[in-house]
Design a protein around this ligand. Structure first.
Ligand code: PHB
Length: 361
């Protein structure tokens, strides 16, 4: 039988029963101390039939935060709370990776005990930070010293160790969407003249160091990387994304990673200029496609060999049983953007499952 969306795939020591992945999504429902709650346990447990769950972006240290009520993976309390999540997902037969996040310039002093957000270069993004006091204009970030970059690499390693202790099957390094690693990769936000700026080798040095550090705690086959070559979200740009990200894909190719996860095109529009098949072919390993895929597009991408896995975001918010709905080509619940960020169980754990057929029906 030919490979389709419902074919299993082996990723390192794991077997995913299908190619349908729950994409990482910020939901701003963490409790005091940036700790996941029993609602997180229920939310992820409900979605355990996914081939793989990738958690919402999760900061590697208190300094990495950039939004209200996002969870972390650096304190004992957070590890204990995430352990409840991973146990529930595993008991329900699922697999779950933790997405490791450091926001950098996409933050605000009010989230950082008054400290100025940091970045590769002192370049202010356009737009507003989300804070507990509502949206506030971004500030000019402070350019990191080399010693501070080494400290942050250490924070990723600590977070990877915490993720392992919390029972995650692996981690995804968030190198997309305008957060710190992406700020180094793309030249619109990186004007450094030291070993972290200028050439492609230099701009990708921080990502490589993070991967090396995380690899001290986890097998390479437990580490995914997410990129977003042409996403303009968070004021991002690059003078030559095709060349930049072909280089990054080539660098990642020999590392034996779990997968490369790519947000294709732009989050805010349907435009895509890059040849993602080319990036996939350069990487050569397991390729996870994302951004606006429907059931039909995902089926085609898998059968054509354009992707090995497809990650779904919005569809997973509203359809905990997305795998079953896709398998049966059943109708999908519509998601309510009013409940995406913050709030309680409403719009989080109360989306209905398909009616289960009764045993004798
Ligand atoms: C968001 O909170 O809007 C957000 C967070 C992480 C992303 C993208 C968007 O990668």
């Amino acid at each position: 039988m030919s490979t389709d969306l419902f074919s299993p795939i082996t990723v390192g020591e794991l077997t995913f029963p299908n190619r349908i992945v729950m994409a990482p999504m910020t939901r701003n429902r963490a409790a005091e101390g940036n700790v996941p709650t029993p609602l997180h346990v229920e939310y992820y447990r409900q979605r355990a039939t996914a081939g793989l769950i990738i958690t919402e972006a999760t900061q590697v240290s208190p300094q990495g935060i950039g939004y209200p009520a996002t969870p972390g993976i650096h304190s004992e309390e957070q590890v204990a709370a995430w352990r409840q999540v991973t146990d529930a997902v595993h008991t329900a037969g699922g697999r779950i990776f933790c997405q490791l996040w450091y926001c950098g310039r996409i933050s605000h002093p009010s989230l950082l005990e008054g400290e100025t957000p940091v970045a590769p270069s002192a370049i202010k993004p356009e737009g507003e930070a989300m804070t507990y006091e509502g949206p506030q204009p971004f500030v000019i970030p402070r350019a990191l010293e080399e010693a501070e970059i080494r400290d942050i690499v250490g924070q990723y390693q600590h977070a990877a160790a915490c993720a392992r202790q919390a029972g995650f099957d692996g981690v995804e390094i968030h190198a997309a969407n305008g957060y710190l690693i992406d700020q180094f990769l793309r030249d619109g936000s990186n004007r450094r003249t030291d070993q972290y700026g200028g050439s492609l080798e230099n701009r990708s040095r921080f990502l490589r160091q993070v991967i090396d550090a995380v690899s001290r705690e986890l097998q390479p086959s437990q580490i995914g990387v997410r990129l977003s070559p042409e996403n303009t979200f968070n004021s991002m740009s690059d003078s030559d994304p095709a060349t930049t990200f072909a280089y990054v894909a080539e660098q990642l190719s020999p590392l034996g990673l779990a997968y490369l996860h790519v947000l294709e095109g732009d989050m805010a529009s349907d435009t895509r200029a890059l040849d993602y098949r080319h990036i996939r072919d350069i990487f050569g390993g397991i390729y996870m496609a994302n951004n606006g895929y429907t059931r039909e597009r995902a089926m085609t991408a898998i059968t054509n060999g354009d992707a090995d896995l497809v990650a779904f975001g919005r569809l997973y918010i509203a359809n905990p049983d997305l795998v079953k709905r896709f398998a049966e080509n059943a109708p999908l619940n519509a998601s309510d953007p009013e409940t995406f960020y913050g709030g309680d169980a409403h719009g989080y754990t109360d989306y209905p499952f398909l009616q289960e057929a009764t045993a004798d029906a």
